[in-house]
Design a protein around this ligand. Structure first.
Ligand code: HEC
Length: 210
């Protein structure tokens, strides 16, 4: 690595490091694994259009690129330890590059089962009028600009979140909500919402398009 590059990397790590507390890396890792499994499911689904398939491959390649680092940061003991996870991630990469979506899905599913995301705060989802109002207000202020219209020609379009709530397995949708919203690098890439705000958005999207 050239010196200039390592300085950039260090600056980046220093900028990101305080953003996540210890347990948050563990959650970030579990979110990535759950979303990876979801993307593998869509990639293996013959109904997924070719343009989306290309977008999913790009997303998966990017997650596979950073998953090892996230695993190290999480640094869990036991079955989720980097020593056990890193070889699984390497095996996932091999299956992915062999272009066998069925094999890749199988391996991603066993990793997600071995390493589940705790969704107890969100499932079963309790719909209250306060949550529905909060979700609507966040969506209208901060999401609608990008998410109202989905570009059918884009490889990774901003999805229709109401449709996504209907078509996605509940735990996977929670993972996509936890992993798919982030700030900008200048502040922090961390998801800026509390679990209660995420639950409010889930209630709003699950009620269907107003
Ligand atoms: C600046 C535009 C923009 C804004 C603002 C924005 N999003 Fe997105 N969002 C996107 C794009 C583009 C994608 C698709 C990215 C991809 O597939 O890699 C996306 C993807 C997502 C996903 C799916 C992630 C996944 O793993 O499939 C969720 C969930 C999501 N956004 C929720 C939200 C919510 C909730 C808000 C408001 C709080 C929001 N987004 C605000 C552009 C935006």
């Amino acid at each position: 690595m050239r010196p200039g590059r390592s300085i950039t990397v260090l600056t980046l790590l220093a900028a990101c490091a305080p953003a996540l507390a210890a347990g948050e890396y563990d959650r970030a890792l579990r979110v990535d694994v759950a979303v990876l499994q979801g993307d593998a499911r869509l990639l293996a689904d013959p109904a997924t259009p070719a343009v989306r398939r290309a977008g999913l491959r790009a997303r998966i390649a990017s997650t596979l690129g950073t998953l090892g680092m996230t695993a190290r940061e999480a640094g869990n003991p036991g079955p989720a330890s980097p020593q056990i996870l890193l070889p699984s991630i390497a095996a996932l990469r091999t299956d992915f590059h062999r272009q066998r979506p069925d094999l890749f899905l199988r391996r991603a599913t066993s990793l997600a089962m071995a390493f589940p995301l705790d969704t107890a705060y969100f499932i079963p989802l309790v719909a209250t009028p306060l949550r529905a109002r909060t979700g609507q207000s966040i969506y209208r202020q901060l999401c609608i600009g990008c998410h109202q219209y989905t570009d059918p020609k884009a490889a990774n379009p901003a999805p229709d979140l109401f449709a996504m709530a209907r078509s996605t397995p509940p735990a996977e949708f929670v993972a996509r909500m936890l992993g798919g919203i982030h700030g900008v690098p200048r502040t922090t890439l961390k998801n800026p919402f509390s679990d209660e705000e995420i639950a409010s958005l889930l209630v709003y999207f699950s009620a269907g398009k107003p």
